[in-house]
Design a protein around this ligand. Sequence first.
Ligand SMILES: *Cc1c(COP(=O)(O)O)cnc(C)c1O
Length: 230
Amino acid sequence: MTFSENPRDRLQKLNEEVISIQSASYKSNSEPVKVVAVSKTHGPEVIEPLIKAGHTIFGENRVQEANAKWSDLRARYPKIELHLIGALQRNKVTLALKLFDVIETIDRLSLARAVASHINSEKLGTKCFIQVNTGEEPQKSGVAPKDADEFISKCISDLGLPVVGLMCIPPSNEEASLHFALLRQIADRNNLKELSMGMSADYSTAIEFGATHIRVGSGIFGPRSDYNFK
Ligand SMILES: *Cc1c(COP(=O)(O)O)cnc(C)c1O
């Protein structure tokens, strides 16, 4: 991707590139790949021009930061679809479900239970992805691949969690395609349609491997800022 001066131009280029990669890949007859614009560390003044240019899907990794930045934006732009892509603590579930339309990081049963119970009692339209730790890295969240089938089935059948797909963050020092292929296999055999995989460095590979959502931060916004939202 060529770097032009501002996020709006970069996003437009990215959108065009995504369409061309997808049309050259085997999934060309399916739904367009969704670009989740990862706006963590960037303030509303950077985000709003993208919304005005028509972008609707954004991702944040921290509940508190998202609350500070998005309450007002969401009220003014009701069509926004906000994704939580970072770890969720149980004591923030209520706030997270008020803010986010999609929780991409369901990674343990206690969290799944708390989220399902709140979604179902409040009749929310929230959708969930299960995070799979495809590289089985100790420092990363996510369900181990070998436990994924049982976990997915528990979430859906026992808890009634609205699970639509899987998400992964491959190890930085390994071939990402192996992890994307693994995630897709797990999704296929569990009849899950959505795959959130691919970031700035590897989204084109992810699309070739069937990503339905790519999560791109620095490729749109440039380097992360050190803005503090506390
Ligand atoms: C920050 C982040 C991204 C975006 O990363 P870039 O490399 O800046 O595109 C994607 N997914 C998750 C889970 C992240 O935390």
